[in-house]
Design a protein around this ligand. Sequence first.
Ligand code: LLP
Length: 434
Amino acid sequence: MLMAGSGRINDNGHLEIGGCDTVELAGRYGTPLYVMDERLIRENCRRYQNALKKAYPFGEIFYAGKAFLIVAMAALINEEGLGLDVVSGGELFTAGRAGFSPGRICFHGNNKSREEIAQALEAGVGRIVVDSLSELEELLLLTDRTRERPVILLRIRPGIEVHTHSYIQTGQEDSKFGFGLQDEDTWRAINLALLNREKVELCGFHCHIGSQIFQNEPFALAAEAMFDFMVEVKEKTGFIATQLSMGGGLGIRYTKEDRPPSIETFVEFVAARVKNAAAQRKFPLPQLLLEPGRSIVGEAGTTLYCIGTIKDIPGVRRYVAVDGGMADNIRPALYQAVYGAALANRAGEKPSEMVTIAGKACESGDILIQETLLPPVEKGDLLAVFSTGAYCYAMASNYNRTPRPAVLFVGEGKARVVARRETYEDLIRLEKPI
Ligand code: LLP
């Protein structure tokens, strides 16, 4: 069974997470239910911080909030002392509600609206990652009205293709994100930022090559490409970048077969290659920024579902339907993502039958797991799907008017509701009768 962090089987044969019996949690809070192992999230934050501290003279870790951001999560990240990467006015607002230090916020996005840029300036975010020339022009118009000069980085596409699902590749040349290495706009933007030094402080560059990446090598190639580019910028404009963000992207274990590098191996590798690339080009070491999302929260999340209809199609397969699905986890339908599962109420029993886990949405594509081995399943059993901490609650929808599940933080035998389950009333709260 794939159990991360504090997951274990207790004396009742139940799956336990953070010292909490998942059968009790499901009974008390209902299903579907997102259970987040708080200690594991904190441990991952610290592992990133410590690894970077050891491997690089000066660097900073920014948690990529898109993976999972609610007020409690922003507060946790603030407590752990990491920075926060936000990509929308909504994420920025959430961070503000949590009292997140604005100076440690980095604002991303390929199409920030005027309102969002103004919101970021007002909040005094520490960094804005500018994605296009038109965004820079917009920013320059808005900075007139603020006292603080925002620190900006330009997002660059380093032209690296990684082996991951094409929907989550971002560093390749044909991408909606960032500036191309050789595009005219790139040079126009650099010159424009330098000409407007009194309004914006260009500090460096950013890249992000993709997500759920298991190989280290693409990060080395990206570092090389970024340093070649920074040398060219220095030669052409005299500007010496003092900050370099290598983005996020480290993969996690969704199934037993997945073997991502550890946080430490990944950080050491990236740091070493960045140092090498700088030394080879005699370029002064920039501050190194990393933006992990999935690898901080992914394995800390488990979704609990109640099993309902079990349907045999003789000679074909056994469908086991759960009380959630694509509304709380769109990833199998969207990216053909593969998950591992176990029976939480009979966690000690030997898996013996191959079944297909179906969601309850009115959609044939709502299959959570194509094939998984479980003990003989009965209606009413509790299914745990592992590694659902990243991009599940964050991407949840109300499809079929499904209320979004509650989120719990668990640890030391205690559970806290950090997001309550939506009610039917919540579903219609924005609506007006005709
Ligand atoms: N920084 C930037 C600029 C990003 O675009 C992303 C992710 C990250 C950091 C964090 O990447 P991570 O460490 O989480 O891999 N919804 C997709 C993933 C989309 C990732 C988008 N950008 C999924 O469920 O797989």
